[in-house]
Ligand binder design. Structure first.
Ligand SMILES: [Fe+2]
Ligand SMILES: [Fe+2]
Length: 275
């Protein structure tokens, strides 16, 4: 952990965490940087900050394949549960880098410091999620890296690298909100198959993710009001321009609404993005 002590800024800490290929170091750096930022012992930026890399550092494994090549999994077998936990671990690791990327990439935006508080809270929790899911994999005699994974999340974020409002539309309000739709049924299946430990991990993730969508919705609305734009209409425009995947019902309308994401945002996108 050579870089930890030398960094004096939030952006520098976030970039170091993004750059490292060591996943233990990445999650540790993400959480240490968050703690130091919350203790107000870091500046926002420093001229000494390393450049933000094009892609986050990742270990040699898992092998990255096209999203269409990822095998479907049944949760009735241990193998199936391992495959699902592996896919979730990969999502959580991406989520660590994506939260840190919002902080590092947009550290020069004219936003209050509480904006960075929100995303460092997210980064901290994504690192926690990754560790919890990885611990479950190890309980099942598996580990992160054993199976291939896909690069769809990072690619989805890449097109919004120059526009913070678009980034918030795609990452928290499309990708993380999708987690709210699918997690309850995965939890139920884990319980049915008797894997209560994994169900409990998913419960922690689900509750934290509501907060992540809420942080996304809050700052998305903040940016829209600053630019005097209608939030729902702006969301439609940005999603159509920057997100290729479909928006798949059923939606978890209650959890989405609790997070501030009302149906006026996503309902009208269903047909157009499936067309
Ligand atoms: Fe997460
Ligand atoms: Fe999240």
């Amino acid at each position: 952990m050579t870089s930890r002590s030398s960094v004096t800024s939030l952006r520098g800490g976030a970039i170091d965490a993004i750059r490292t290929t060591d996943i233990d170091e990445k999650t540790t750096l993400a959480q240490e940087t968050a703690k130091r930022w919350f203790r107000r012992t870091l500046s926002l930026r420093s001229p000494l900050d390393a450049p933000l890399p094009e892609r986050p550092g990742r270990p040699d494994k898992p092998e990255l394949i096209a999203p269409t090549q990822v095998e479907k999994r049944s949760l009735h077998t241990v193998k199936g549960r391992i495959a699902l936990l592996h896919a979730i671990a990969h999502i959580e690791l991406n989520a660590v880098d994506l939260a840190l990327d919002i902080v590092a990439r947009f550290a020069t935006e004219p936003v209050p410091n509480s904006f960075f508080d929100g995303w460092m809270q997210v980064a901290f929790e994504e690192a926690k999620h990754f560790r919890m899911v990885r611990a479950r994999l190890r309980d099942l005699d598996a580990d992160y890296g054993d199976l291939p994974a896909h690069d769809g999340l990072w690619q989805a974020a890449h097109s919004t690298r120059n526009n913070l409002t678009a980034r918030l539309a795609v990452v928290p309000l499309i990708l993380e909100a999708r987690g709210l739709d699918v997690t309850p049924s995965l939890q139920a299946k884990m319980r049915e198959s008797g894997d209560l430990e994994s169900a409990a991990v998913l419960d922690v993730i689900y509750n934290d993710e509501k907060g992540h969508v809420a942080i996304g919705a809050k700052w998305f609305r903040f940016l829209c009001s600053r630019e005097k734009r209608d939030p729902a209409r702006t969301f439609h425009e940005l999603v159509r321009a920057n997100f290729r995947g479909p928006l798949k019902p059923p939606f978890n309308d209650i959890a989405r609404a609790e997070a501030g994401l009302t149906p006026s945002f996503y309902r009208s996108l269903i047909s157009t993005s499936n067309a």
